[in-house]
Design a protein. Structure first.
Length: 408
């Protein structure tokens, strides 16, 4: 782990567009996230560029003038990498590389790179490499790879033992091989899961960096890696957790993100099986993040993609300790009140009326605020599932307040 911390930050520029669907405020939020992703991958963002346009230029994504502006900046400021917030088509990537003569990455590329950097187990590495190969295949000619192959750095990290080859046939063979490998692992994982018996299965899901692993550690006395970077967790951890006297399985898995590359969703199929097979989802949200509602929507979209959207869900709004809202001075009659002005109480009543009082919790995983309420709610939901499944076990698990804490 240590050597990964000693990174010479690569000088990068990030690029986005303002469209009818995406105004300047939205773009700023997206670029903030892209900057965080870049930082996670080992880059330093020196400047942001954006252009207003109805739709991207099919050849170079941006217009010619803007491209030239970036080109001059890249040359004058010794920039090694330019990162676009949107996915570039293979030909756009090729054309832009030709103009800028430096590494050109898009968001998908960057996320894949972070996954590659963070994959620890051979299973995660196999899945990431498959996603990378699938991304690479249509882009083999004209990639910046030929420019920077020896230097390494962002976008160049491969999780496998060998460097990704730039030959189409080799990549195709590799894809076939990786798919076979994953099939074998899938089978093993399936067997592992079926060996876990009849315990109720609860899965923590949510956007990246919201505190899923922190919560897992807090409930489960476990020791999952926590870090204030994106995608700290790539593999799924499953722990047996006991609340009072009620045992169940709790899993912590990879975080989601807006525009999660489809290649990744596909290759992480079995990592996500834990979610797919869960009886109950705890959808963790970072309420202190200004875009948390967008995050919820992205997570719901991915749950839909993996066909897990109709499971029982408890919304767990985390990080209430750092939640801050905007305020309007009393004599300020101009500023309009928006959701950014909501107090925690207002969010509570909003969400409780949307998903039901039972299904919205407001906690802090780090300082265990409202933790008893969280435990109670999870206990009751798990108990409900358990006794539906095993009606004769009903007497074992009384109401939370009457249940006795099991000492261990
Ligand atoms: N202030 C505050 N910070 C928190 C809270 N819970 C988690 N964090 C911090 O948020 C950061 C991310 O926490 P993780 O538990 O790694 O988040 P995660 O959802 O597992 O993230 P990924 O695995 O990257 O998807 C860490 O710096 C935590 O210390 C909380 O209740 N309050
Ligand atoms: Mg995590």
């Amino acid at each position: 782990m240590l050597e990964k911390e000693i990174i010479n930050f690569e000088r990068t520029v990030i690029v986005g567009i303002v469209t009818q669907k995406q105004d300047e405020d939205k773009l700023k939020e997206y670029l903030d996230e892209l900057e965080f992703l870049t930082f996670t991958a080992g880059g330093e963002v020196v400047k942001r560029f954006f252009q207003k346009m109805d739709k991207p230029n099919p050849k170079t994504f941006l217009g010619t003038g803007k491209m030239e502006e970036i080109n001059i900046y890249v040359k004058e400021h010794n920039i090694s990498t330019v990162i676009f917030d949107d996915e570039l088509s293979p030909s756009q990537q090729k054309n832009i590389t030709r103009i800028l003569e430096c590494k050109v990455l898009d968001r998908t590329n960057l996320i894949l790179d972070i996954f590659a950097q963070r994959a620890e187990t051979s299973y995660a590495r196999t899945q990431v490499e498959l996603a990378q190969c699938q991304y690479l295949l249509p882009r083999l000619s004209g990639m910046w790879t030929h420019l920077e192959r020896q230097k390494g750095g962002i976008g160049m990290r491969g999780p496998g033992e060998t460097e990704i080859e730039t030959d189409r046939r080799i990549v195709r063979d590799r894809i076939a091989l990786l798919k076979e490998k994953i099939k074998v692992i899938d089978k093993q994982m399936g067997v592992q899961r079926s060996n876990r018996g009849a315990m109720v299965r609860v899965a923590l899901v949510g956007y990246t960096n919201v505190g899923k692993s922190t919560l897992m550690n807090a409930v489960g006395k476990s020791d999952v890696f926590v870090e204030n970077k994106l995608f700290a967790t790539l593999d799924t951890t499953v722990r047996k957790v006991v609340i009072k006297n009620l045992p169940f399985l709790l899993s912590d898995t990879v975080g989601f993100i807006r525009k999660l590359p489809t290649q990744l969703v596909e290759s992480f199929k079995s990592t996500l099986d834990e979610v797919r097979e869960a009886d109950l989802l705890l959808h963790v949200v970072d309420i202190s993040h200004p875009d948390f509602e967008d995050h919820i929507a992205s997570v719901n979209q991915i749950l839909m993609d993996i066909k897990s959207h109709d499971k029982p869900v408890i919304m767990v709004f985390n990080k209430i300790d750092t939640y801050k809202h905007l305020t309007i001075e009393e004599d300020d009659l101009i500023t309009e009140r928006t959701k950014r002005h909501y107090t925690l109480e207002e969010w509570k009543s909003t969400w409780m009326s949307t998903v039901g009082e039972e299904n919205a919790l407001f906690i802090s995983a780090t300082n265990k605020q409202n933790f008893e309420e969280f435990r109670k709610r999870v206990y009751e939901a798990v108990r409900q599932i358990h006794i539906t499944r095993f009606p004769y076990n009903k007497f074992l698990y009384p109401d939370f307040d009457e249940a006795i804490e099991k000492e261990d």
